[in-house]
Design a protein around this ligand. Structure first.
Ligand SMILES: [Zn+2]
Length: 97
């Protein structure tokens, strides 16, 4: 039980380890949620799509060293993109979870 895996507080999926490149200046390994169904990801994506008309979303990310949450921006492409018709209704929130 000492190998406790941290879970995403939004979807309870185990967090993945992400090693930022040295150029980000972050240094530490980060833990992030790669679940495309995660409510954190889905809500952020809808918000950005609606308000900014962009194919971006946030993924839940956590720095185990200092215990801080850091949303990381994820580019949504292909199947993940909301901008295929569904998102064209601007200003109106449809089917919020
Ligand atoms: Zn999650």
């Amino acid at each position: 039980m000492n190998n406790h895996q941290l879970k995403c507080p939004y979807c309870q999926k185990e967090l993945m380890t992400w090693e930022p490149s040295p150029y980000t200046g972050w240094g530490d390994n980060m833990l992030y949620c790669d679940n495309n169904e995660c409510s954190y990801f889905v809500r952020g994506r809808e918000k950005i799509c609606r308000e900014y008309d962009r194919n971006f979303a946030y993924r839940y990310c956590f720095n185990p060293k200092n215990g801080k949450e850091v949303p990381i921006i994820a580019w949504c492409y292909g199947e993940l993109s909301l901008k295929k018709g569904r998102c064209k209704v601007s200003g109106k929130s449809e089917n919020m979870l």
